[in-house]
Structures are given as C-alpha cells and as structure tokens.
Ligand binder design. Structure first.
Ligand code: SF4
Length: 209
C-alpha cells in the first residue's frame, strides 16, 4: 500500500520526447487557438505514445536537463500540446543555449506570436531559430475560424503576415495544413504558401512532425 507521500507523488512529466530522430519540447499547454480537431479538446493528451499533460510549466533549466545531449538529435523542435511562442522568453533562452552548441532549432507554431505580443517578434526569433513550421489549417478565414476557433480577431491574416516576416528574417518557413480535414483544400493552401514565398507541407491528423 503506498504511503501518503507516495500517493501524492506527481507522475513524471514529458518535457522532451524523441520522434523521427528529433527532440520535441513540451513547454506549455496554453494555446491561442481552440482547434476542434485537437486531441486535448477531445480528452486526450497523448501524442504517439507520449503523454503531454503538464502539471506546471517547466523552467529553462528543467527543459535543458530533459533534452540531455542535444548532439544526438537532427534538430530540436518546440512543439507540445500548447503554443511555444506564448512563453517567448523561455523559448528564446532555451533556443539560445542550444544554438551555442550548434543545434538546429525549429518551432511548430500557430504563427500568432506578433498578434499576441503586440509587436514583431521575428527579429528576436531569427537570432536563435532556424526553421518555423506554421499551421495555416485552412484556405480562407471562415474555414480557419471554424476549425481553429481563435481567441483573437484577425488571426488568419496575422499568421500569414508572421510567415512573410519570418521568411524575410531568414528563417526557413513552412506552412502546413491537415490533409483530409473537412473542407480543407490542400492545393489552395499550397497556393497561399507560394504567394507568400514560403514552403508548404500537408500534415496527417494527430501526427507530430
Ligand atoms: S494550436 Fe495545436 S495544441 Fe493548440 S488547440 Fe490547436 S491543435 Fe491543439
């Protein structure tokens, strides 16, 4: 029978997890979006065998310790069940420490950092981030609003402006959309990426990448 101390122990949290030869970082559960297709809004915090439930948001030292030796990975990707740019200072500090060790850094983001922070944060990101994968998720605003339910007005245009600025700052930018999501025209999404001068990649539902 567990002692009362054992009974109160928190389960181990997944701050860093390994997939596809990359290290993925789970630094927050907060989001600017409330995507209808998101597993966490459907009662699941599991991503390909990893439970991403967090009891509290980790600090810089905790995150770096969870990564271990970053040299074993092709790249380190900020991508949890939350929007990493909502913790911009922590993201920049962790990425800066890794960058000094020659690690390639990517963020998977909703592209709403400039809208949320009220200023252009792409210059700060460009100092430590190599690549940015941005969820476009729809070919037009009504469909984006339907699937992603943003908490802020103007999100669909804001993410496209963020993509353009991030690319202009020299980051390797890719827009993504979920193939097979109701109403999503993958070719029209690809056209938006081409118009912005960035790359495009179709995603599978519930698949981290
Ligand atoms: S941005 Fe990602 S984590 Fe946040 S609600 Fe949408 S799918 Fe879920």
């Amino acid at each position: 029978m567990p002692s009362s101390t054992q009974a109160m122990e928190k389960p181990k949290e997944t701050l860093a997890y390994s997939l596809h030869g990359n290290c993925y970082l789970n630094i927050t559960w907060h989001c600017t979006l409330r995507c209808r297709f998101c597993p966490k809004f459907n009662g699941s915090w599991d991503v390909q065998g990893y439970n991403l439930w967090l009891h509290e948001e980790p600090g810089v030292e905790q995150i770096l310790a969870a990564i271990g030796d970053p040299a074993q990975y092709r790249e380190v990707v900020f991508c949890g069940y939350g929007e990493p740019t909502l913790r911009l200072d922590v993201l920049l500090e962790v990425a800066g420490a890794l960058k000094q060790q020659g690690v390639r850094i990517r963020i998977n983001t909703d592209g709403l950092a400039n809208l949320v922070h009220g200023c252009d944060v792409t210059p700060r990101l460009a100092e430590v981030v190599d690549a940015v994968s941005i969820s476009l998720n729809a070919q037009d605003e009504p469909l984006y609003e339907h699937h992603c339910r943003p908490k802020r007005h103007g999100a669909f245009m804001a993410l496209q402006n963020f993509a353009r600025r991030a690319s202009q700052r020299g980051m390797d930018v890719t827009l993504t959309a979920v193939n097979g999501l109701e109403g999503v025209d993958i070719h029209a999404c690809q056209d938006i990426a081409e118009h912005l001068g960035v790359k495009f990649r179709p995603r599978k539902l519930d698949q981290v990448g």
